[in-house]
Design a protein around this ligand. Structure first.
Ligand code: SAM
Length: 272
């Protein structure tokens, strides 16, 4: 699994070049794209295509070659194979057959965007492209609403505004950083908010490749939201909130007491 540049060809590693030269075959997502890369580094290894639409059938063929002793370098159009690109299924198949797999580390748009976003890198989640299927999309968005980790989304420029609108609507406004055209001439890091980004693109059209890095929800925000949910409720109504979730009476009393910062006995007294 050989990582290749996401723009600037200087980002290829010595080891990637050597691996591509020494391999018996390069399995490339788009052979025309990879041809430029190989030509640039004077690499003459034969190529075959391995992409989203032939990945399962083609994997069998590649596995056959690997089992006969060949070495195959898998590359995609840009960055790390398997990351929002085909590749992981082939790795699974190799590992299942005890075929040795090696990753040649290198550029990955998600990681480069994350580390230049100015948002916390302590814990993060990679979301790739949001799902196209509406139901699955809503499921993911509802999970992301309360995500406390920083999260990273890939998006194509012509869908960017729609995605930003959707994120603002479902998640509420929050800090984001748009990282565009990384490692290229027009590279830009735009620390903003979802609303700020929408204001920006109401005047200009998004162009080039983008990664959206979003701040996770802070624990304070979570706590505030939790408190807002029971503000103004009577103890009975507050209890019902938990009982309706299938929580038993004893546990519900404990939770109400914790929410209000009083003892369980106080709640008990108020309920009888
Ligand atoms: N495998 C790749 C990787 O390791 O990052 C990702 C491939 S995915 C099909 C392509 C998406 O990655 C783009 O739509 C964009 O969101 C992001 N991307 C790739 N190169 C980029 C760059 N130079 N600047 C900003 N985003 C980039």
């Amino acid at each position: 699994m050989v990582s290749t540049p996401i723009g600037n060809l200087e980002d290829i590693t010595y080891r990637a070049v050597r691996t591509l030269k020494e391999a018996d075959l390069v399995a490339a997502e788009d052979t025309r794209n990879t041809r430029h890369l190989l030509d640039h580094f004077d690499i003459h290894t034969p190529m075959t295509s391995y992409h989203e639409f032939n990945k399962l059938d083609k994997a069998e063929d590649l596995i056959g070659r690997l089992e006969s002793g060949q070495n195959i370098a898998v590359v995609t159009d840009a960055g790390t194979p398997g990351i929002s690109d085909p590749g992981w299924e082939l790795v699974r198949m190799c590992l299942d057959r005890s075929i040795r797999v090696e990753g040649i580390p290198g550029p990955c748009a998600a990681i480069n965007a994350l580390v230049t976003s100015g948002l916390s890198t302590v814990r993060f989640s990679f979301e790739g492209f949001l799902p196209k299927d509406k139901k699955e999309l809503e499921r993911v968005l509802s999970e992301l609403k309360d995500e406390t980790r920083t999260f990273v989304i890939y998006e194509a420029p012509h869908h960017l505004v729609k995605t930003l609108e959707l994120l603002l609507d479902r998640l509420g406004d929050r800090r984001i950083t748009l990282v565009r055209e990384m490692t290229k001439l027009h590279e830009e890091i735009i620390p903003t908010t979802l609303q700020g980004a929408l204001d920006l693109y109401s005047e200009t059209d998004p162009r080039g490749e983008y990664v959206i890095v979003l701040a996770g929800k802070s624990r304070e925000e979570m706590e505030q939201e939790r408190k807002a949910a029971f503000e103004g409720l009577s103890v009975e109504e507050h209890m019902k909130l938990y009982l309706d979730q299938g929580i038993d009476k004893k546990e519900a009393m404990k939770k109400v007491a914790a929410d209000l910062g009083v003892s369980k006995r106080d709640i008990y007294k108020q309920l009888i």
